[in-house]
Design a protein around this ligand. Structure first.
Ligand SMILES: [Zn+2]
Length: 293
């Protein structure tokens, strides 16, 4: 055995990824929830190094924050650098990074509470989004460097999310098949159980139903509960120019210019999204919105 462990950036990243996967397997096989805590640590480390690895691929000096190469940049700086270099981060990926960072900071510095059900929905989404992000950036595939066991698990977890998301979108579309254009665009709410924008509200039954995780919430005051969720309409990027947001009643039309860089517009829940050129198809809108922009 050598007396020094040396791992380069990529090896260090893959090492933490492998540990994270091993902890998930342990948690699932033993039922020991403490394993999730260690998984958070390893996956966060992997996530952060993955960002720095992308920066390194673009500019080997840019991962350092000082000339003496003693300090490396923060994950936030890495994200800004990558965005400035054409890499795109989905809204959910940034939110998931923040969520994971908070958990990791709590573990490191104080005390922690991990909602295991929420965690089990969210980790496949994080891996799915990281995978998607990696595929959009050049030269960053690392699947071939993983062990067979880790590769299969990674693939199973990312597929789990994309399959469930796909089923959720189909279910929402089915539920909203109608000839009434004002109702074709379902209002999608963020589900507090799984964190996806895949919950719809049945006003008749006063129930929120999530088409991703199946959770149901009955409420006597649907507006109050709706306000606790994010009620934002995401304007798909390709339709950003002169997008019109229309209320369900035609006399309440409201034009909102979004070509000044504004990608998301916070609007009351009843607004639906069309463009001046053409109506965005409900299927496209639901899919884009549910998958996190
Ligand atoms: Zn859900």
């Amino acid at each position: 055995m050598t007396s020094t462990l040396k791992l380069n950036l990529k090896e260090n990243m893959l090492d933490s990824f492998a540990e994270g996967m091993a902890k998930i397997r342990l948690a699932e096989s033993t039922g020991n929830a403490r394993e999730y805590k260690f998984c958070v640590m390893h996956l966060f480390h992997f996530f952060e190094l993955n960002l720095k690895y992308h920066v390194w691929l673009i500019d080997k000096h840019a991962i350092f924050s000082d000339g003496a190469k003693r300090k490396t940049i923060t994950a936030d700086t890495a994200m800004r650098f990558l965005e400035a270099n054409g890499c795109k981060f989905r809204r959910y990926l940034k939110e998931d990074f923040t969520w994971l960072k908070e958990l990791r900071n709590n573990i490191m510095h104080h005390e922690v509470s991990i909602d295991i059900t929420h965690w089990r929905f969210r980790i496949p989404r994080i891996l799915f989004l990281i995978d998607l992000f990696n595929k959009t950036c050049e030269g960053t595939k690392f699947e071939q460097d993983l062990s067979n066991k880790d590769r299969e698990q990674y693939s199973a977890l990312t597929s789990q999310h994309s399959k469930k998301l796909d089923e959720a979108v189909k279910s929402i579309i089915r539920e909203h098949t109608t000839n009434d254009p004002a109702r074709k665009f379902p209002l999608l709410y963020r589900c507090q159980n799984c964190d996806n924008h895949t919950a719809t509200l049945s006003r008749l039954e006063q129930t929120f139903t999530c088409h991703y995780c199946g959770s149901n919430k009955v409420t006597q005051d649907s507006q109050k509960l709706a306000n606790e969720y994010f009620c934002i309409i995401h304007v798909p990027t390709q339709y950003r120019t002169k997008t019109t947001l229309i209320k369900s009643k035609p006399e309440e039309y409201q034009d909102i210019e979004t070509d000044s860089g504004l990608k998301r517009v916070a609007v009351p829940a009843r607004y639906i999204c069309v463009t001046k050129k053409k109506l965005v198809s409900p299927a496209y809108y639901v899919a884009k919105y549910a998958e996190g922009g």
